[in-house]
Each structure stands twice: as structure tokens, then as C-alpha cells.
Design a protein around this ligand. Structure first.
Ligand code: TRP
Length: 363
């Protein structure tokens, strides 16, 4: 990285987002957020966080799998177009300012407020945690506030389900600024830093399709529901999975419902607007068009999207591939720590904790 690019980077507003490594990425991740991230690299200084500490909150007994998933997800990111020359891939467990800030933010967040967070409630429900979840599981939501604020970003591109976390982050940023930086409670969010706050009030940014339906034609695409198309699936697998999308339509001459699951895929993946409109018109009219024909076009469009990703992924699949990835993580994390440590220093100074300086080293 030349010094020049480094200086240029510093002028751009920041973007931070992350994924908990739970396995390879699928099309739902692509349309919900990943596609946005690739685009945002053009204009923003981007930080993409590997939330591997969060993976331990529900899978503490599977450290080796978490390690594997952490490396695999970076392969998906790079294959999809995340450019490590421009953006930082950040390892949460080697960015200690995040863990430290989690403590301070935990003091600013009421327990009742956290338990009313609908994403936390849903996760407890969906993962069947009952009342068996660890203390650390609840901590992850506070940790996510620290993930974000450590980078003082302008935007946080996420899936729709993460918006309650962004909302909580905004509340804590405001509270911190008011409590420790003397920011007027009536100050506009956009003026937070100008008014003396350490933290800007970041905005969430949801992708063009907030909730991609799975190949079961019913539920949101999700690994645990076995209804995914993976970014790393091969061509045949993609077409086979597309062919399974259930619509319930009986015949090519029956007027079809263009709001059905299959047409969500047409909308999401067929970028040729004319073709999409024509398919839609014929389907709605029952103009001799079977689901099979639509599925062929959808499969082809998805494969067109994924072909370059598959090609790129090959680079990291041979021997030594993991080492390349670990280098990318090390370099990104090094740069990220400069920002996160600076944020922590500013926050601690505001809190009257600026006793003396410290420096951090990554080998
Ligand atoms: N909780 C997020 C998810 O499950 C992942 C995540 C961790 C994240 N830290 C973040 C997302 C910070 C945005 C910003 O998808």
C-alpha cells in the first residue's frame, strides 16, 4: 500500500459492516448487503469485519469450525469483489479496542432495552435457546455497537434483520456524546461531531432486496432452512436448485401470479429489464409460458452473476490459499487497529480515562 493511497483513503467517509462467520455465503447475502459493499468501495473507506468473537456466543465448543468459517467467508468476500487493496478485512479478535469499548457501552445500555431488541428476541426463538443462552450471547449485541462505533462510520450496510442493532447503536452514540462530550441533546444527528461528539450517528443501509425468499418458495433464504443457493455453487447445482422453486402453478396457459417466489428471482437476478418485463407479461397472461422456461432464464442469469466469483475463488482454493487469506486479514486488521485505537483514545479522553498513551503492535 503506497503512502499516497493511504492519504487518499483518509479523506473518504467510512463504512463499516460485518458478518458472523457461520459458513459460506449465499444469494440472500449478496442482494441483501454484499452487492452494496462491493459498490461502496468506490466512494468510501470500507471496513469489513469478521465477527468471529460473536460466533463463539453460540458455538463456543466448535473453535476449529469457527476458524474454518472465518477463512471461508473471506474467500467469498474476495471472490464477490471485495478489494483488499482498497478496503480492510478486519479480524474482530485482534482488534482489542472493540472488546474494551464493549465494556463502556454496556454501562450505557439498559438490560430491559436490550431484551426488547426484536432481533435478539427472534434469535433466542429461532435458535431454540430458551433460557439457556449464555451471558456472552447477550453481550454480542453490545459488542456489535462497539464493532460499529470503533470505526466512527457514516454508513452501515446490513440486512434488514440488523436494523434494530443499528438503532441501538445510534442511541448509544447519542448518549455517549451527550454524557461525556457535552453535546446538546437537541443537536441534530448529522451535527454530532461538529457539536463536539466523539461519535457520528451512523445510518443503516439495506440492500435492494431486503429479504430474498429461499428455493422452498416460502421462507427467507437461510442456511438452517436448507433453501439456499450458495455463491460457490457450481452451474449445475444452481440450475437444479432454481428448478425446485415451488410456485403451485399448473399449466403454461394458466395466468400466473407474478408476485410469486419465482418472479422474485426474476426481479432480483434478470438484469435485462426488457426480458424481465416480457417474461412477466407472458406469465401473467398465461401466454404459453411454463415455469420451466422462466427457471431456465433465472438459472442462466444467476450463473452469469456467479461465474466470475467461482473463477476468482479458485485462486484461494489450492494449497497455500489459506495463507493468502490470512495475509489479507493481517494487513486489513493492522490498518483497522490504527482507526479503532484512535477512537478508543478519544472516547477514553472524553471519559476522563486519558491517563497515558499506549501503542499496539501486530506482527
Ligand atoms: N450480527 C451481524 C449478523 O449476524 C454481524 C455483525 C457483527 C455486524 N458485527 C457487525 C454487522 C457490525 C454490521 C456491523 O449479520
Amino acid at each position: 500500500m503506497s503512502k499516497n493511497t493511504g492519504e487518499k483513503r483518509a479523506e473518504r467517509p467510512r463504512v463499516l459492516t460485518g458478518d458472523t462467520p457461520t459458513g459460506r455465503l449465499h444469494l440472500g447475502h449478496w442482494v441483501g448487503s454484499l452487492e452494496n459493499r462491493v459498490r461502496l468501495q468506490e466512494e468510501y473507506e470500507c471496513y469489513f469485519l469478521l465477527a468471529n468473537m460473536h460466533a463463539f456466543t453460540t458455538r463456543a465448543e466448535q473453535p476449529q469450525e469457527i476458524r474454518r468459517d472465518t477463512i471461508e467467508i473471506v474467500k467469498d468476500w474476495l471472490a464477490a469483489g471485495i478489494d483488499p487493496e482498497r478496503s480492510c478485512v478486519v479480524l474482530q479478535t485482534e482488534t482489542p479496542a472493540i472488546a474494551e469499548m464493549t465494556w463502556y457501552f454496556a454501562m450505557l445500555l439498559g438490560y430491559g432495552r436490550l431484551m426488547r431488541n426484536p432481533t435478539i428476541k427472534t434469535e433466542i426463538d429461532v435458535k431454540g435457546l430458551g433460557d439457556q443462552y449464555s451471558f456472552g450471547f447477550l453481550m454480542y449485541a453490545v459488542g456489535q455497537i462497539a464493532d460499529i462505533l470503533a470505526f466512527r462510520p457514516a454508513y452501515v450496510p446490513v440486512g434488514e434483520d440488523q436494523i434494530p442493532h443499528i438503532e441501538m447503536t445510534r442511541e448509544i452514540a447519542r448518549r455517549f456524546n451527550q454524557l461525556y462530550c457535552g453535546v446538546d441533546p437537541h443537536a441534530e444527528d448529522a451535527d454530532a461531531v461538529k457539536a463536539g461528539g466523539v461519535f457520528p450517528i451512523p445510518e443503516g443501509m439495506v440492500g435492494r432486496i431486503a429479504r430474498l425468499i429461499g428455493t422452498d418458495g416460502k421462507n427467507k433464504m437461510s442456511k438452517s432452512l436448507n433453501n439456499t443457493i450458495m455463491l460457490s455453487d457450481d452451474e449445475k447445482t444452481v440450475q437444479k436448485k432454481v428448478n425446485k422453486i415451488f410456485t403451485g402453478r399448473q399449466s403454461p396457459t394458466e395466468p400466473g401470479d407474478t408476485g410469486n417466489a419465482l418472479f422474485q428471482y426474476v426481479e432480483a437476478f434478470i438484469r435485462d429489464d426488457e426480458m424481465a418485463a416480457e417474461l412477466k407479461r407472458r406469465y401473467a397472461a398465461g401466454d404459453n409460458i411454463g415455469d420451466g422456461e422462466v427457471k431456465q432464464e433465472v438459472g442462466r442469469a444467476i450463473n452469469e452473476l456467479l461465474a466470475p466469483m467461482r473463477e476468482k475463488r479458485k485462486q484461494f482454493e489450492g494449497p497455500g490459499g489459506d495463507d493468502v487469506i490470512i495475509d489479507v486479514i493481517r494487513e486489513g486488521t493492522k490498518r483497522a487497529n490504527t482507526v479503532a485505537e484512535e477512537t478508543l483514545r478519544l472516547a477514553k479522553e472524553a471519559m476522563g480515562l486519558g491517563f497515558f498513551e499506549r501503542e499496539l503492535g501486530i506482527g
